[in-house]
Design a binder for this molecule. Structure first.
Ligand SMILES: [Zn+2]
Ligand SMILES: [Zn+2]
Length: 357
């Protein structure tokens, strides 16, 4: 009880701020399992109240404006959680018993009853959460949390607070009831507010994340069964030969693009038979990524002649043997890589069902 009394004395010095940590644990010693020294805990919170008695817990919860509540005592109906939540709508409530933490159904029930986090005393995530909760609100800012109406957040604190405290608010509730962004004041936010704040109001100048622009391409290794030759496109600007294929259009599937581009660039109708590779290339300097699927195909009709009329798509197309390819001028390495190195060397051809549209 030493820590409890010490906490109470400190709390009377500063009754305005609500940095109380109230813990209901199986033993007073349990607080040591968290791996934060008592001194550190005391510096993080104005008062740290540890009790093993549910009735003392209840009176502590009644008496103090708790910032953070740890509950390590198991009750089948989460009654301590519900009680604490009712008294303190904005508190961060953590359940710290292992059975609940490691049981999928129990975790959902705990969330439903008002817990913000379910973990174990010796989990480093708990240390981190306690640090974060104690740090929030150190700086005073102009923003009110759109979920719990807690006040005085800086942009950075609100950005941290929203997912930490409110990750469990169902998306349907978020979209229906929480539409006005406290930062940009836009009253018509249609995505969950947390998502909006996370992406639109990141406090970081160069966010370490973001949604890249995706450019999708489809290329085709098309082989003629009768003589084993491959279809190559004679590209624009005398740039050399390349696999038929190109960029995927709006609202188009990869497979459709592969078939369309082969017809446009090479004048040949094809049947796709498999997938040789999927390349995913994040660009190092820009915020974009390239996704390219390389398909295997056969011509629908071997007698259909490749295109020879020059147009915007290409100068024409031609059937070549794999042996010829290394001696040709190529627009890029892809014909060598995908025909000679992979396909002709027995690389696995995956079924088209790899893509489910
Ligand atoms: Zn909140
Ligand atoms: Zn906004």
């Amino acid at each position: 009880m030493a820590s409890l009394q010490k906490g109470l004395i400190k709390a009377t010095r500063d009754t305005k701020t609500k940095k109380h940590l109230i813990a209901l644990l199986l033993s007073e010693q349990d607080i040591k399992k968290i791996g934060i020294s008592q001194e550190r805990l005391d510096s993080m919170y104005i008062a740290v109240h540890v009790t093993t008695s549910p009735s003392t817990f209840t009176s502590l919860v009644d008496k103090h404006d708790a910032e953070c509540i740890l509950i390590g005592v198991q009750s089948a109906d989460n009654k301590h959680v519900s009680y604490a939540r009712k008294k303190h709508p904005c508190a961060f409530i953590i359940i710290t018993h292992s059975r609940t933490c490691n049981n999928a159904a129990a975790r959902m029930e705990a969330v439903r009853d008002g817990a913000n986090m379910i973990t174990e005393l010796d989990n480093a995530d708990l240390q981190q959460a306690l640090e974060m909760v104690s740090q929030l609100g150190k700086d005073v800012g102009p923003y009110v949390c759109p979920y719990c109406r807690a006040r005085d957040f800086t942009q950075k604190d609100l950005w941290i607070h929203c997912p930490l405290y409110h990750i469990n608010v169902p998306n349907s509730v978020q979209k229906r009831r929480i539409n006005c962004c406290p930062i940009c004041m836009n009253p018509h936010i249609r995505s969950p507010m947390m998502v909006h704040i996370h992406f639109k109001h990141t406090p970081f100048k160069n966010p370490p994340f973001g949604r890249p622009e995706l450019y999708a391409f489809a290329l085709v290794v098309c082989q003629r069964p009768s003589d084993g030759k491959f279809l190559l496109v004679q590209e624009f600007g005398s740039s050399g030969y390349f696999l038929p294929g190109g960029a995927v259009d709006h609202k188009e599937h990869l497979t459709t693009a592969a078939i369309r581009e082969t017809k446009e660039e090479a004048g040949v109708d094809i049947d796709l038979t498999g997938v040789l590779a999927i390349e995913y290339t994040p660009s190092m300097d820009d915020n974009d990524v390239r996704l390219c699927a390389i398909f295997v195909a056969t011509p629908k009709d071997e007698n259909q002649r490749p295109k020879t009329l020059p147009d915007f798509e290409s100068a024409g197309a031609v059937w070549v043997s794999a042996e010829e390819i290394p001696s040709l001028k190529l627009r890029g390495d892809e014909p060598l890589v995908y025909i000679n190195e992979k396909y002709c060397n027995g690389a696995t051809v995956h079924p088209l069902s790899l893509f489910e549209f």
